[in-house]
Design a protein around this ligand. Structure first.
Ligand SMILES: C[S@@+](CC[C@H](N)C(=O)[O-])C[C@H]1O[C@@H](n2cnc3c(N)ncnc32)[C@H](O)[C@@H]1O
Length: 211
């Protein structure tokens, strides 16, 4: 009986800590702000941005796996960044995002600030070909959505910096924009488990690094 009580006390003391880690802030007003901002701006995205449903998919993967260190390649004006950053605001993490075009980078900063998520984003202006190699990592979540012809090289450069159990996601995999050779390369990697999400016409390849 004594042993059982000790186990109960231990369990009760662990549960709140686990809950804090999953949802590290108590201010729910941020969720209301982000949610209404995303809904209000649902139809403003014209800079090769992901569809709403794809943003939701990225957000849900992060929450499900409690990821905290994200990398996004290809910010554009910030739609996917906002979804990833919103998830990061819940897990207590941060996303590094890279964009080469200064006008889009500036617009993204404005959108991210309006949504209330600047604290969860480290937005870099530069060429991801160089920056991806320079960033130390480690990352537990990656969203690859920039120049498709460099997709395989991004994957090769990031792989050593992706934590085991982490997730590498690739956009535009069912709309013909991505080279089939890259898809085959990732799908046949024995150290990854890969599926394709087809909720939008673009498609997201979701590759988990095996434990
Ligand atoms: C498909 S859009 C990204 C859309 C964004 N993920 C979203 O959903 O809002 C691709 C972006 O990658 C950027 N890009 C292309 N090549 C790049 C490179 N080498 N380094 C950094 N950004 C690059 C483009 O300027 C473009 O804004």
């Amino acid at each position: 009986m004594k042993m059982k009580c000790k186990a109960c006390i231990l369990l009760l003391s662990i549960i709140p800590i686990a809950m804090i880690n999953v949802y590290s802030r108590t201010d729910n007003s941020l969720d209301d702000r982000v949610e209404s901002w995303l809904k209000k701006h649902r139809s403003i995205w014209h800079d090769y941005n992901v569809a709403y449903v794809d943003g939701q998919t990225l957000h849900d993967i992060i929450i499900k796996n409690r990821y905290t260190s994200a990398l996004e390649i290809g910010t554009s004006t910030g739609h996917s960044t906002i979804w990833i950053a919103w998830a990061m605001s819940k897990t207590g993490g941060k996303v590094v995002t890279i964009e080469i075009d200064e006008t889009r980078h500036r617009k993204a900063l404005k959108n991210i600030a309006e949504a209330g998520l600047s604290a969860f984003v480290d937005a870099r202006l530069g060429d991801a070909h160089d920056l991806v190699r320079k960033l130390p990592g480690p990352f537990d979540f990656v969203f690859s959505d920039a120049d498709k012809e460099w997709y395989q090289q991004y994957f090769i450069d990031i792989d050593p910096k992706l934590k085991v159990g982490g997730c590498f996601t690739t956009h535009n995999v069912i709309d013909g924009l991505t080279d089939k050779e890259y898809l085959r390369y990732v799908q046949t990697r024995p150290d990854y488990t890969t599926t394709i999400d087809r909720k939008s016409g673009a498609g997201i390849m979701i590759s988990y690094k095996r434990k």
